[in-house]
Design a binder for this molecule. Structure first.
Ligand code: AKG
Ligand code: FE2
Length: 495
């Protein structure tokens, strides 16, 4: 099925992992279509030329034998016939054999060389799966353009549904495989199915068989034998809702992370919004809009603290983005690591960058040179960041930690709105924060005495719809020696 792959390159940009990458892929598809347009124009020009030839010569068919005899008996006709067939035919033959659109075909090879590889496709399937599971979405809604409570004017194609079904089947998720196969079976056929199928393959081939297989295996593995003894026609006769209700009976309860992603943590009370004009003297002049999110551990948001102009500057000044990995690379490991986003550093010095850094100092009272770099990240199709800690004592030590000490606090600026999904969730503190363009969230990863606070565990939920951009700064402990002297821990809880 897949085309022969080149050796796997971990650093190759994957289109699926960021909207920046997906935009490039859309551009590639536009090039592909533009190229096909040129190619088909040339093909029709050639067909027209040949049609002209046919029209100019084809006068034999409607003639009787007597008429034909009369035609060749005239030397003017006979000579023309001789000359055309002797002189012109080889030239037509050459013309017919000449490849149409050599340049376009060459360009097509180049375009195809940039097509996503199977790993990119796999990441897209995994991203779709993440969206489906994290938010408890269902094939029957997704296939028809429904994402949570929003209806989009988009439909998945029969081949999309099939591909998603095959992925779930391979992953052993027979419930979802069955539902996706079902959507493919019920899909209205493609208008020009016959021609398409000769090129792309028939999506209906073995589809009912695979639907039956998935449903039967799911029935057997969950002890729901009624699913396993019905024939396909009986199964398809039931409504999608009934079918999904019956099949999802044994789905595990959502994890705290998933509950957080769905925005279902209980609402907080006793939290206030106020203007902060005390952290630094500057704030007396320009107080910041502050919103308490959690008291212990302390999590706070600031609103309207990153302007559209600063966001533009940040995107313009940030260098080439690279893959953001879900795991550290293990020595000698050939395992293909998950990508969580694309990221880069805002390294170039500018007044705007210093202003953002000074604002971080204003918000946190943390001391650091305003020239320091900030990290920029962009998420893609169903990409996420698994629950993790920003402190590094339980993992690897990065260069910043070796020189500056552990990451005492973290601050994330949301540089875009995310219409659906993409929350920052603290599963242990039961806090979800949904991105709002221009807002920031700040929290501590360590107790005041420098010991790790496991309640700071946090994650980024899969983006459903949106172009998620963030700006991140980790605030290290060593430079805070004088602004934040070490204090004994109050009412100590075991971490
Ligand atoms: O983007 C976010 O909401 C959090 C990102 C994060 O946890 C990190 O970069 O360490
Ligand atoms: Fe983090």
């Amino acid at each position: 099925e897949d085309v022969e792959e080149k050796p796997y390159n971990e650093n190759r940009e994957r289109y699926s992992s960021s909207t920046v990458g997906l935009l490039k892929l859309l551009e590639l598809e536009m090039q592909f279509i533009e190229n096909l347009k040129n190619y088909t124009d040339l093909l029709s020009a050639k067909a027209n030329t040949l049609q002209d030839l046919i029209d100019s010569v084809d006068r034999g068919t409607e003639r009787t034998l007597a008429e034909r005899e009369k035609y060749v008996s005239n030397p003017l006709n006979a000579f023309g016939l001789m000359r055309r067939t002797h002189q012109d035919w080889p030239k037509w033959h050459h013309y017919i054999n000449t490849t149409v659109g050599r340049v376009e075909l060459q360009a097509l090879d180049d375009i195809l060389g940039k097509a996503p590889d199977s790993q990119d496709m796999k990441e897209a399937l995994i991203g779709m799966n993440r969206i489906e599971r994290t938010y408890a979405l269902e094939a029957k809604d997704l296939a028809k353009g429904r994402l949570l409570d929003k209806q989009y004017d988009i439909q998945l194609s029969i081949r999309d549904c099939l591909s998603l079904g095959q992925h779930k089947f391979q992953e052993g998720d027979y419930f979802r495989a069955s539902m996706w196969y079902r959507m493919a079976i019920k899909h209205q056929p493609e208008p020009n199915a016959e021609e398409l199928n000769t090129i792309l393959g028939d999506p209906l081939k073995d589809l009912k068989l695979n639907y039956a297989k998935a449903t039967i295996i799911h029935g057997l593995s969950t002890g729901n034998l009624s699913l396993s003894i019905q024939n396909v026609a009986e199964l398809l006769n039931q409504t999608d809702d009934d079918m999904s209700r019956e099949m999802s009976a044994f789905e595990p309860a959502p994890t705290p992370y998933e509950i957080g992603c769905r925005g279902l943590f209980p609402k907080r009370t006793k939290l206030v919004c106020r203007y902060n004009f005390t952290t630094t003297p500057f704030l007396r002049l320009a107080p910041l809009k502050m919103e308490e999110v959690n008291h212990d551990p302390y999590i706070v948001m600031y609103h309207e603290v990153l302007s559209d102009r600063e966001i533009e500057e940040m995107k313009r000044r940030s260098g080439q983005m690279s893959n953001g990995w879900a795991d550290q690379k293990e020595a000698n490991s050939t395992k293909i690591r998950d990508i969580v986003c694309r990221h880069t550093w805002w390294r170039e010095q500018s007044a705007i960058k210093e202003r953002v850094n000074r604002r971080i100092s204003d918000m946190t009272n943390f001391d650091f040179p305003p020239q320091e770099d900030l990290q920029v990240a962009n998420y893609g199709l169903g990409t996420h960041f698994k629950p993790h800690y920003d402190y590094t004592s339980d993992g690897y030590e990065t260069p910043d930690v070796l020189t500056l000490g552990d990451r005492l606090g973290s601050i994330i600026f949301y540089a875009s709105d995310v219409p659906q999904g993409g929350a920052t969730v603290f599963p242990r503190s039961r806090v979800s924060i949904f991105p709002r363009k221009g807002s920031s969230v700040f929290w501590y990863n360590l107790y005041d005495d420098g010991r790790i606070d496991t309640r700071s565990q946090h994650s980024v939920c899969p983006v459903i719809v949106g172009d998620r951009w963030t700006l991140t700064k980790w605030l290290h402990i060593v430079p805070q020696m004088f602004v934040m002297p070490c204090k004994p821990r109050k009412n100590e809880k075991s971490p």
